[in-house]
Write a protein that binds this ligand. Structure first.
Ligand code: SF4
Length: 250
């Protein structure tokens, strides 16, 4: 059987997180995730969906519905169709859910769009074995470090360190969602892990946008304190909120 993928949304927008805030991207949101972060704002992507919304406007007001799954030629055709309408969106963001759960599909699909699009991966970094086979095709990798004091998930220190080692020669940064309850010990543990691989990897402190059971964002004093703390370990520590949430776009 040819490779197929479950996709919940395809849409043009602007990157809203991390050092590349503002670049125009085509987002492909894959269905399914093995984690259940308390602050997850994409609950519809935690499990595979029977249909996919394909948006044809930046404001997210109009979309086509298409049934899942997608074959490789079908996905290529949809992406190229949206790109024709939004030619400045030359970067494709693989997001989710957890896009690496579809690494077999990506291994076949990415070579087919290589050279036409920049590939930007958003991942939890908890499955390093799924990154290795598709690493060649990645331009930028954004890895989330999940702190149990915020998201409630158990830590994945070993897996994420292994992931960073595999990804370190790519354009790579890590992002840590911080809430009012963020544990300093956990944050230091995250810094130590990144420093062990490479202290120059950019480290983004992202104040949580309250969602679900996570109701409190950190204060500015907390963020300032945490940034100084992290700078004891790492050379580039940024505080960046979710710009797309502030702007009210997808
Ligand atoms: S890893 Fe991402 S998609 Fe999965 S539960 Fe956490 S926030 Fe949601």
């Amino acid at each position: 059987m040819s490779a197929q993928a479950n996709i919940t949304e395809i849409f043009p927008s602007f990157q809203g997180e991390g050092p590349y805030v503002g670049i125009p991207q085509l987002f492909i949101r894959f269905g399914g995730c093995h984690l259940r972060c308390a602050y997850c704002d994409e609950p519809q992507s935690l499990i595979k969906q029977s249909s996919c919304k394909i948006f044809n406007s930046i404001d997210g007001s109009t979309f086509d519905l298409r049934s899942n799954p997608f074959t490789i030629p079908e996905l290529t055709s949809w992406v190229e169709g949206i790109y024709e309408k939004f030619p400045s969106h030359q970067s494709v963001s693989l997001t989710g859910g957890e896009p690496l759960l579809h690494s077999s599909f990506l291994r076949e699909w990415l070579p087919q769009i290589h050279g036409r699009f920049q590939i930007y991966l958003e991942t939890s970094g908890t499955q390093p074995e799924r990154l290795a086979p598709i690493l060649f095709w990645m331009n930028t990798i954004a890895m989330d470090i999940k702190l149990s004091s915020v998201g409630g998930e158990s830590p994945f220190w070993e897996e994420q360190e292994a992931f960073l080692k595999i990804a370190q020669d790519k354009d790579l940064f890590v992002k840590v969602v911080c809430g009012a309850e963020t544990s300093i010990e956990e944050l230091e543990r995250a810094c130590q892990m990144v420093k062990k691989v490479n202290p120059k990897i950019p480290f983004v402190l992202q104040p949580v946008t309250p969602f679900g059971t996570v109701t409190h964002a950190p204060t500015s004093d907390q963020l300032e304190h945490w940034q100084k703390l992290c700078q004891n370990y790492l050379s580039r520590v940024l505080i960046q909120p979710q710009a797309h949430k502030i702007l009210g776009i997808k």
